[in-house]
Design a protein around this ligand. Structure first.
Ligand SMILES: C[S@@+](CC[C@H](N)C(=O)[O-])C[C@H]1O[C@@H](n2cnc3c(N)ncnc32)[C@H](O)[C@@H]1O
Length: 302
């Protein structure tokens, strides 16, 4: 079969099986099998697949047609310009989660702190490591911690850190939310926690429901269980004036705001579809404690 015919065949199969972006997926999977860049398909549409390529392509398009995400088949997902490895042990990083990284980078510019040492950040529920690694690539002198409750996710996050030459930049630990950080204080605590309600399981895409880790997606019946535990823990672990930055689910803004009573400077950023997606809130300064600005010259050291 020619490359063009192979793509057309997969396209039809994907249409019949409700696979989103059917042509794009058909092309990406063929390029994965051929280990080629996109331009190759357009330059050689009539090139014949050999027997081995044909049988591998048949295998991967059938996997995709039964719902397995393309990223779990190819093993890769780009995030913040970084090539991350992914497996069914971790959530596939989403483009909207880049707003968490953007928000932290924006707030860091104006952040004032009186803590000793370096700016200290913690990513809770790191999964593939995407948020922590993106921030490590941008803030080479910050002290970045990341945790997850899943051993398999932590293994993937550590592998990604090593592949990106960021292994020494992020300290990964196993933890149920902030349990292992008792007594530690942070300037920023970020999280893209699980936030889908079990009651809404039938509303999420089949590929999420059936293929992504349940512990990464669901959070109690209403989707709020992790926020309910995480927000008070973050409040304790932040330095006065420190920021909590979290991704929120569709229609969760009001419920999350109600958990942030007593926090300051609450701001919500919408994603590219206009859906409120990232909430940031500041732990109040302790009354009477003067706050010194980051000394000039130290800013580039962040
Ligand atoms: C929605 S995924 C986010 C993964 C990654 N940060 C991202 O944005 O793609 C949530 C992550 O939180 C982890 N998680 C779930 N419950 C947790 C808990 N109680 N403590 C720590 N991590 C938890 C899951 O294993 C999963 O990796």
């Amino acid at each position: 079969m020619q490359l063009k015919q192979a793509v057309d065949f997969a396209y039809q199969l994907f249409i019949e099986n409700d696979v989103p972006s059917p042509r794009l997926n058909a092309e990406l999977l063929l390029l994965f099998v051929l280990n080629r860049e996109r331009a190759y398909l357009y330059a050689h549409p009539e090139r014949e697949l050999n027997e081995d390529e044909q049988s591998r392509y048949d295998e991967v398009i059938r996997e995709r047609a039964r719902g397995c995400p393309t990223q779990y088949i190819t093993g890769h997902q780009e995030f913040w310009g970084l090539d991350l490895l992914v497996s069914p042990a971790v959530l596939i990083p989403r483009p909207e989660t880049e707003h968490v990284v953007e928000t932290v980078l924006e707030l860091v510019k104006e952040y004032r702190f009186d803590g000793p040492g370096r700016l200290k950040l913690l990513d809770v529920g790191t999964g593939s490591g995407c948020i922590a690694l993106a921030l490590a690539s941008e803030l080479p002198h910050a002290e970045i911690h990341a945790c997850d409750i899943s051993d398999d996710a932590l293994e993937m996050a550590r592998t990604n850190a090593a592949r990106l030459a960021l292994a020494g930049k992020v300290l990964f630990r196993k933890s149920d939310l902030l349990a292992v950080y008792a007594g530690e204080r942070f300037d920023f605590i970020m999280s893209n926690p699980p936030y889908v309600g079990e009651a809404d399981a039938d509303k999420v895409q089949k590929q999420v429901r059936e293929f992504e880790p349940k512990i990464a997606v669901f959070s109690g019946r209403e989707g709020m269980e992790i926020y309910r535990r995480l927000i008070p823990q973050a409040h304790t672990a932040l330095r006065p004036g420190g920021w909590f930055v979290a991704e929120i689910g569709y229609s969760e803004e009001q419920k999350v705001r109600s958990l942030l009573a007593g926090w300051q400077d609450i701001q919500v950023t919408a994603d590219l579809q206009g859906i409120p997606r990232v909430v940031a809130a500041r732990k109040p300064q302790t009354i009477g404690s003067p706050v010194s600005a980051i000394p000039s010259g130290a800013r580039e050291a962040l």
